[in-house]
Design a protein around this ligand. Sequence first.
Ligand code: FES
Length: 151
Amino acid sequence: MLENRKAATLKQLPAPPVNGDMLCDYDSLSRDAGLLRLEWPVPSSHQRPGRSPGQSPGKSSRGDMERMFLIRWGDEVSAYYNICPHTLVPLDGAPYQLLSADREELQCAFHGARFRFRDGRCVAGPVRGKCLRPYPIRIVDGAILAVPAAG
Ligand code: FES
């Protein structure tokens, strides 16, 4: 099953994107479930009351990084923090795979929860009905830009 899936490209950023930063070219993402993973170091000022130490919105147990990804299908693009609502780990696990074998949905590598591309809602698995946390983007002149929430 896993051999049909490919690792998504990873883009490492030196710092969190700010409003208007270009994440990638729209055309660089395949229309057929094109994926781009992005990660950046968690700024120490990112901690907020009520979160456990080291837990920021897209931060996971896989190091001191925040992670998100872009998924394109057809002409549509969505962006989500790369963190599963089940146990708050990255969806992709060690092989860096985010897609179901049929490439129809996102799939968590750990317990198999499946999420729709268009809204991140889980349609199968242990967190059915829950959603991935969206990462705000906008597309301007063929560029996918970050629109991060004010921290
Ligand atoms: S950690 Fe994602 S389904 Fe369990």
